[in-house]
Design a protein around this ligand. Sequence first.
Ligand SMILES: [Cu+2]
Length: 287
Amino acid sequence: MEKNLMWKGIGMPAIIGIVALVIVVGIVLFASRQPADIVEGPHGEMPGTSRAVPAPVVLHEQNNSGESGTALLLEENGKLKVMISLTGAPAGVPQPAHIHTGTCANLGGVDHPLTPVVDGKSDTALNIPPSHLTEELPLAVNVHKSAAEAGVYVACGDITPELIGAKERMVFPDGEGMMTEKEGDAMMEKAGAMMSGVKIFSLTGRNFAFSQTEIRVKKGDKVKIDFQSTEGFHDWTVDGFSAKTAQVNTGGKSSVEFVADKAGTFEYYCSVGTHRALGMVGKLVVE
Ligand SMILES: [Cu+2]
């Protein structure tokens, strides 16, 4: 009983301490995971690859509103995404925004409604491809003062063809959980390897045995052997498919990939010295 009370006594500060530690570690990890190869250019676009972010539509102040900024017209999954960013916007006031026909100097009707701007920000995913917009030019992005004073324009920018719809480089553009295109591609490549059915086996070798003495695959499988020596100088060889890793010393790694294009049972072995005769063998069964 007394012990329980004691634990209760130190329990709360300990928990608070742990929570604080977790938060600090989390912040440090988050800060350190900013990809090093990303350097922000003007307007936040990412330089250096074939698919650049387009220049934004510049939203000019209207009627002495004190509001100006940009609208990015991006392509995301074949659809048009509009990201508005305004400075000088009133806090907490939804400001209607649209793509209008015509130009700012001679504005027409609403062509595509956008998410109202709040605190200077608005993201809209439109259910049209960017090319659709190109066909409708001239167009302009226009922001209104408020729902009640929709007749007062606060910021407007003309859309020109070159500003429409280059592919976005960030998979998640809003910062948190950012993934660069490079990381995204690497992930797709891995997923592709999994879907294309490469069967990967990790084996180690020592004096004089393999960690695994039987490997079973299906006829037609792509097979990858990741071999590592944990003791001595060895390789992994199978004559039936002319597959052979490099010979590696303790700690060394080598891989080999082949297509198991015929059924049967094939002996794999280490081709160094007399290791095969010393029992460094296994069987590859192709069904
Ligand atoms: Cu060997």
